[in-house]
Design a protein around this ligand. Structure first.
Ligand code: NAD
Ligand code: MG
Length: 398
């Protein structure tokens, strides 16, 4: 029987790629529910094509509009975050693609974890915010976590089966692993003279050389704060110690990450820069299915190069690495400050280089504290957002 899928963030870049993999394998998957914030036009098209049982919009007014445009279809339209959590945890659902962007994805993703689903995790911010709490919930509720972020999916593919099945709980050294190497392209400003960074526009920051993605993650790739979030994500997913995790600049994005073993072997996963590959792998693991992605043609590949990330160009990366080892309060703070700063940059209110300033300001302002529950994480998240708005005003161009 086909697997029933809920796609959280269905209208986004990852959501649409997930639906493309479903379409490629109609005998294997059917769509139970889809969710989105406010994009009614795309949701109409998705519902007409996939005929899910439920469609959920964040905005009540968007839900009303969608309902009116879906007459004659079997899809029931709901509104709000709680409804998103409901369709992520319904007993009929086999797995959940967690592809809402940012902290907004935390509660629906957690609902899927607590319902013991196979959770395909694209929403890295949820794990960055909650770390140990998230990983503990996976174990407690017997959920199955599959990383979708291309780097973490690559690393997962390069790990021994017993480490894959004990995700976040294995002793890497005991498994013969020396180091996990996260590759990153360096984004669109990799070769730009440093004194031109401040004047870069949102359009330039979103023009990623290799990947086509949503706007927030595209800006994060330009600052490399995305690699910082991925560093924190990798720490939790693979139970890394500090010396077991390294970032390697690899501008061509052909190698999607690597695992270095004690015996000198390095296992890498390679492929086209196309998210349908990690998504299909997560959907079919441990089997392999069609994703619609072409094979890598080695004869047409040019050079593959590697370098260290320059801290002067990418201050956000070091802020994230430091936050990772400071504690949960620091990664929650980093994430919330960054979300506010990136939104302000995309709105043309601050400069590109103000993003790292705001993140650094907030990390200096917030006192170290213990966070013992998701509620405490969300409360700090809210507090940091309020302070970050003040910092946006401070740097504001208008
Ligand atoms: P996107 O902006 O293209 O799509 C985001 C989706 O989330 C949309 O469906 C939108 O409606 C929904 N959404 C946004 N705000 C919401 C809110 N407040 N409440 C409910 N829903 C909301 O983003 P994306 O590029 O698809 O990224 C999604 C997640 O996957 C992010 O966490 C990102 O870091 C991660 N990711 C993306 C890629 C990629 O290639 N795009 C790769 C790796 C990881
Ligand atoms: Mg990634």
């Amino acid at each position: 029987m086909s697997k029933q899928v809920t796609v959280l963030g269905a209208t986004g870049s990852i959501g649409q790629n997930t639906l493309a993999v479903v379409k490629e394998n109609p005998e294997l998957f059917s769509v139970y529910a889809v969710t989105a914030q406010q994009n009614v036009a795309d949701m109409v098209e998705i519902c007409q094509t996939f005929k899910p049982q439920f469609a959920v919009m964040t905005d009540a007014s968007a839900a009303t509009e969608l309902r009116a445009r879906l007459t004659g279809l079997p899809t029931e339209v709901l509104a709000g975050t709680e409804a998103m959590a409901d369709v992520a945890s319904a007993p009929e659902v086999d797995f959940v693609m967690a592809a809402i962007v940012g902290a907004a994805g935390l509660l629906p993703t957690m609902a899927a974890v607590r319902a013991g689903k196979r959770v395909l995790l694209a929403n890295k911010e949820a794990l960055v915010m909650t770390g140990q709490l998230f990983m503990d919930a996976v174990v407690k509720h017997n959920a199955e976590l599959l990383p979708i972020d291309s780097e973490h999916n690559a690393i997962f593919q390069c790990l021994p089966a017993d480490v894959q099945q004990q995700l976040g709980r294995s002793d890497l050294a005991a498994a013969g692993i020396r180091q996990i190497m996260l590759t990153g392209s360096g984004g669109p400003f990799r070769n730009l003279p440093l004194d031109q960074l401040a004047e870069q526009t949102p359009a330039a920051a979103c023009a990623h050389p290799n990947w086509s993605m949503g706007r927030k993650i595209s800006v994060d790739s330009a600052t490399m704060l995305n690699k910082g979030l991925e560093y924190i994500e990798a720490r939790w997913l693979f139970n890394c110690q500090r010396e077991q995790l390294q970032v390697v600049l690899h501008p061509q994005s052909v190698i999607h990450s690597m695992v270095s073993y004690t015996d000198g072997s390095v296992i890498a996963q390679l492929g086209q820069p196309d998210m349908r590959t990690p998504i299909a792998y997560g959907m079919s693991y441990p089997a392999r299915i069609r994703s619609g992605v072409d094979a890598l043609d080695f004869m047409s590949l040019g050079e593959l190069t590697f370098a260290e990330a320059d801290p002067a160009r990418y201050p956000c990366l070091q802020l994230a690495i430091d936050a990772c080892w400071e504690g949960q309060w620091a990664t929650t703070t980093l994430n919330a400050a960054n979300e506010v700063a990136v939104a302000a940059f995309l709105d043309g209110r601050i400069r590109f280089t103000d993003i790292s300033r705001i993140v650094a300001d907030l990390l200096a302002k917030i006192s170290p504290q213990q966070l013992n529950s998701v509620a405490e994480v969300l409360s700090l998240d809210e507090q940091v957002r309020a302070y970050s708005q003040e910092q946006v005003e401070h740097y504001s161009l208008c």
